[in-house]
Write a protein that binds this ligand. Sequence first.
Ligand code: GUN
Length: 286
Amino acid sequence: MEKILYAKPVIDSEVEKLTKKCSELKSSGKVATLKVILVGQDQGSVIYTNNKKKFCDKIGADCEIIKLSEDISEKDFLAKVNEVNTNDQVHGVLIQLPLPKHLSHIDTTNLVNPAKDVDGFHSSNIACLFRGGKGLDNLTPCTPKGILTMCNYYGIDLEGQHVVIIGRSLIVGKPLALLLGNHNATVTQAHSKTKNLKELTKSADIIITACGTPKKFNSQYFRDDQSQIVFDVGISRLPEGGIAGDCDFHQIKDQLKAITPVPRGVGPMTIFSVAQNLLQAQENSL
Ligand code: GUN
């Protein structure tokens, strides 16, 4: 197996399938259509949404970024969401997070029409994972789904493997634990209050870091027998410039069997999964 698990070869190998599926679905009369709601101009959000649009363009899907003003009223914001939720020309809806402070109390996860929920955040989509879903034909949260796609491509068999996930967010940690458990991994969910974290990570076959603390996981957290695989979901801006994952990549890479880099690792897989979910939503609507 490759030591550095890049997203690019995974996406290159799958993009043709996705493009073909998009074109087949188009013959049903409509091109797959995604509406991304972006409120304000948060720098990270602008980049993420542009990348989502670029990828949709690449596979022949239609993606519109609906740019709403930073100070939009709650009523107008909700009206916009309702408009795309109920428009049957729209197959996918995504509300880019974070929202500005005055809207941040809104539970956006259950605001999007579950049939169009390409993020896979809606309770009814999460429920599919509770019931044992393997993330194939339902709308599954994108980062977990992207990690699974990487495992399939790189020949990482999850069955019986001890996977330690550090993080318990609604977007990554929680759904990831369910999804990998449904693929017969033995999952331990760790978090900021976990005791003896180093012993735990050292005992794992696969470690997935999703806590957002740059370079926290250094060589002390891993064995040095080149048998462990690390997926680094974190992406943080460093005060000195540049970005880093949750892992100290350069310090640990030689002691591991394989590791995803930051950037160009898990991040692009999340965008890929959005496109997969969009086509899934369109297919389900037919
Ligand atoms: N902001 C950062 N990551 C995400 C994501 O996966 N989905 C949405 N909607 N917003 C985000």
